[in-house]
Structure formats: structure tokens, C-alpha cells
Design a protein around this ligand. Structure first.
Ligand code: FPP
Length: 247
């Protein structure tokens, strides 16, 4: 599979090191098929397996997936409960492949606020793959960009108050160290953000980290987002001229 996928992309194409995806359109996909919204989330979860495997074969170093936002708690409890059970299903079935693919699982989010079973299964996946050296599959779970920034500010204020840091010395690096993506180190900022389903907004996702990311808004609903779509979006990224504020 690896060689096939790479061939489709072409050797001269620059693959983004960190791709972040807002996996939108599960509900609309299900509605179109006359199915309940949760059927869309289940199909969306299955597609995570396909896209994560392809991204790993393409040489992506970090794939961040927005799986549950701090705002998603306001959805009907049946849907929230279903989304909270998805990691149990996902890691229960996909762990052997993650190990085989040498994929390392990380989580970005307020995990302490997750139901016990969800938290345990997610943290176990992180633990079980911690020695893997391939692509990082980073789940944003109970994640919100504003809450993350407020949390970072609080931590720095506490450290300044107790004298362990000089507040006048706070810089980008010290700030980024307090963010929930700090475990990603130099790879914390996505090179490419993809949002599926045709919506064009960032919905509180990685507000700090997306400062210089290229954005591609793909019309496909997430459950149908294919490896070909991913390759098209990477080719679009390759056509962009990234200047990081310079000329
Ligand atoms: C947004 O679509 C999607 C979500 C809120 C959940 C995304 C979750 C997955 C794709 C599964 C994640 C997998 C694991 C392993 C945790 P929407 O429901 O807002 O769709 P709509 O805009 O069409 O209603």
C-alpha cells in the first residue's frame, strides 16, 4: 500500500509534517441516508482507520483529529454518550493495526473531565503505543482552543505569582509549553488544516497552533472522505506559497 499511495502523490510533492482535520459532516451524511446521526459517527470512526493508515503511509508525522470539542457536551445526551463510547470501540478493534503501523497515539484535551471508562481507554492507548516511533495519531478529545489558552494563562499567572517565572520574560515558547499540544514539541503547529463537509470555519480548534497553517475546505462529508481526497488536499497544500509573514 505504501508504495502505491506514494506513487499517486509523486516524489517531488512536499507532504505536510502535521495535518489537522476537522472531521465534519457525520450528521448530514447519516441524514442523507435516512439514518440516525450516530450512524454517521460510527462510519466516521471507521474512516479514521482508513485515513490514519494512509497518512502514515504517506509519511505524515502528526495527524491531529478533532473528535470531540468542549462545546460538543451540549449535544443530546444520547449522541454525547455514543461519542464517548467510540474510543472504546476504536481502540478495541484498531489497536493491532496501530501497533503494526508503528503509530503512536496521543491525546490533546481536558482528559480529566472525560467519563472514567473513556479516559481509561484513551490513556491506555497512549501508554500501549508510547514506544512506537512512526506517525503520531493525535486525538483532540474534549478539546477547545479558548479553554486551552485560558488554562495556559492561568498556569503562567500562578507561576509568576509564586515567583518561579519572571512575567516580563514570557515569550511564545513559554506560552506554547503550557498548551495541551506541548507533547508534540516542534511538530505542535499544523502545516495543513483540512475541514470536511464544506463548512469554512475553525470552530475553536487549535487557535494558537493554526496561526500559519494552510487551510483547505473540502466539500466531502467526513464518512466519505477518501484517500484520494486526502491526496488532492495534499496536492493543494503543495501548490500554496507559505511565507510566514515574510516576502
Ligand atoms: C462533526 O460532525 C463530528 C463530530 C462532532 C464527531 C467526530 C467524531 C468522529 C468522526 C469519530 C472519532 C473517532 C474516535 C476514535 C474518537 P457533525 O456531527 O457536526 O456533522 P453535521 O455537521 O453534519 O451534523
Amino acid at each position: 500500500m505504501t508504495e502505491d499511495i506514494k506513487r499517486q502523490l509523486g516524489p517531488e510533492i512536499s507532504v505536510p509534517k502535521h495535518i489537522a482535520i476537522i472531521m465534519d459532516g457525520n450528521g448530514r451524511w447519516a441524514k442523507r441516508k435516512g439514518q440516525p446521526r450516530i450512524a454517521g459517527h460510527k462510519e466516521g470512526m471507521n474512516n479514521v482507520k482508513t485515513i490514519a493508515t494512509a497518512a502514515s503511509h504517506l509519511g505524515v508525522r502528526v495527524l491531529s483529529l478533532y473528535a470531540f470539542s468542549t462545546e460538543n457536551w451540549s449535544r443530546p445526551s444520547k449522541e454525547v454518550n455514543f461519542l464517548m463510547r467510540l474510543p472504546v470501540d476504536f481502540f478495541g478493534t484498531f489497536m493491532p493495526d496501530l501497533i503494526k503501523e508503528n503509530i503512536k497515539v496521543e491525546v490533546t484535551g481536558f482528559t480529566d473531565k472525560l467519563p472514567d471508562r473513556t479516559r481509561k481507554v484513551v490513556l491506555k492507548a497512549v501508554e500501549d503505543t508510547k514506544d512506537n516511533t512512526g506517525m503520531i495519531l493525535n486525538f483532540a478529545f474534549n478539546y477547545g482552543g479558548r479553554a486551552e489558552i485560558v488554562n495556559a494563562v492561568k498556569n503562567l499567572a500562578i507561576e509568576a505569582k509564586n515567583g518561579s517565572i519572571d512575567p516580563t520574560k514570557i515569550d511564545d515558547t513559554m506560552f506554547a509549553d503550557q498548551l495541551l499540544t506541548n507533547q508534540l514539541g516542534d511538530l505542535a503547529d499544523p502545516d495543513l488544516l483540512i475541514r470536511t463537509s464544506g463548512e469554512e470555519r475553525i470552530s475553536n480548534f487549535m487557535l494558537w497552533q493554526l496561526a500559519y497553517s494552510e487551510m483547505v475546505f473540502d466539500k466531502t462529508y467526513w464518512p466519505e472522505y477518501s484517500v484520494d481526497n486526502l491526496i488532492e488536499d495534499i496536492l493543494e497544500f503543495d501548490r500554496r506559497d507559505r511565507r510566514f509573514g515574510s516576502v
